[in-house]
Design a protein around this ligand. Sequence first.
Ligand code: CTP
Length: 468
Amino acid sequence: MASLTVRQLDDSLKRLLRLRAVRHGRSMEDEVRVILRQAAEETGREAAEPTEPSAAGAQPAAAAPSTGLKRVLLIIGGSIAAYKSLDLIRRLQDRGLSVRCILTGAARHFVTPLAAGALCGERAYTDLFDPQSEFDVGHIRLARDTELILVAPATADLIAKMAGGHADDLATAVLLATDKPVLIAPAMNPHMWAAKPTQRNLVQLQADGVRLVGPNAGEMAERGEAGIGRMAEPLEIAAAAAALIRHGGALTGKRVLVTSGPTSEPIDPVRFIANRSSGKQGHAIAAAASAAGADVVLVSGPVNVPDPPETCVVKVETARQMLEAVEKALPVDAAVFAAAVADWRPQRVSDSKIKKQKGRAPTLELVENPDILSTIAHRKSGRPPLVVGFAAETDHVVANAKAKLVRKGCDWIVANDVSPETGIMGGDVNTVHLVTAAGVESWPPRSKADVARALVEKIAAALEETKR
Ligand code: CTP
């Protein structure tokens, strides 16, 4: 294969590559490898650089997964409410969605393409006749390469243009060219909202299948003005967008159980045994499964990360409570055990605080906790069709994970190296190996959200396969 270095690329390509790499939490070189591998797979050729060799004689589990992000195309219109759209980008990303932005000319008076692009992790699009945009994706691809188009804020003018089928700038051309669902979050002065032309246009848009979120009643940016016309809050808009996307997602109709976080095993009322698990990976998996349409039960130990939206969260402390909650959540179609369960607990829990006695340190006697993953994977009845465990290792990651797969009786193991120098425990990036009976797939470093989405894609594909 001809050698290629990132340095040889032209500046604009380099910049796009850098943005893409940052978005996926990879180095630029790794990003190039992923792009090449995907391109090779698409054309049915062998990947240029095979990942870790699979088990002797076994077929690789599958090709390295694409990141499989569900995308929202956010069109930001020109209203003071545009400042909230920057927060909206984050709220959409929290829901496991990838966001691409178009700013209208008027929007650029309120927020910059740079700010929107930095939050999205890719350039924000602005001009219909920008050769660079057309070269990168083109307005037709912008219109189609998305699950949903979200217009927020949707100004009275943008609404009028949509209703009239105008296409004189990038935003309106994309809206006219799309075959995807469109959700608008109107924002305007109460008089403009109540005006007959606006109301007529809204009736037309709704008849055309466009959905609305908001506007809400409240104070306007202009002093002394109040009424209906405030753009809905970012959380509300993100929830409406996610609900539209969930419907028809790859896991619609499936029930998924996820365990996450550490367990906390009490010694006395103030002391406990725990571990460094942050719950970020498990929670991201629950969020991604929910975004894919699954009915998700998340059983979580004590964590400091927010509950993923639209999941049923059962909060527990100890391993025994976690097992009980997991058993209650059955039956499920897939169970992912991402929790770092304490292997042992103190045999006796003191009812009162153990007092310090000079020169005499107490001895902690430990007993083994139930192995939740193994218990569920070995169930004779009610075993989930797909059981996925994690392996937190510091040495011989893949070898230990393979042994764990057999010992625990699960279908897949997601193995990661949790040595302190990897920064994986508590960090935002993860490098995992997916170990199955068929072989090992080594994924490049990715954000935990991307690992979650890729894993959820695999789960959806595997469940689909079991139907055949
Ligand atoms: N696990 C579990 N219950 C336990 C211990 C672990 O359900 N009591 C699950 C974890 O959620 C994870 C998998 O088992 O999916 C592997 O956990 P890990 O901590 O890597 O392995 P251990 O079984 O604890 O073995 P070791 O500590 O020896 O590596």
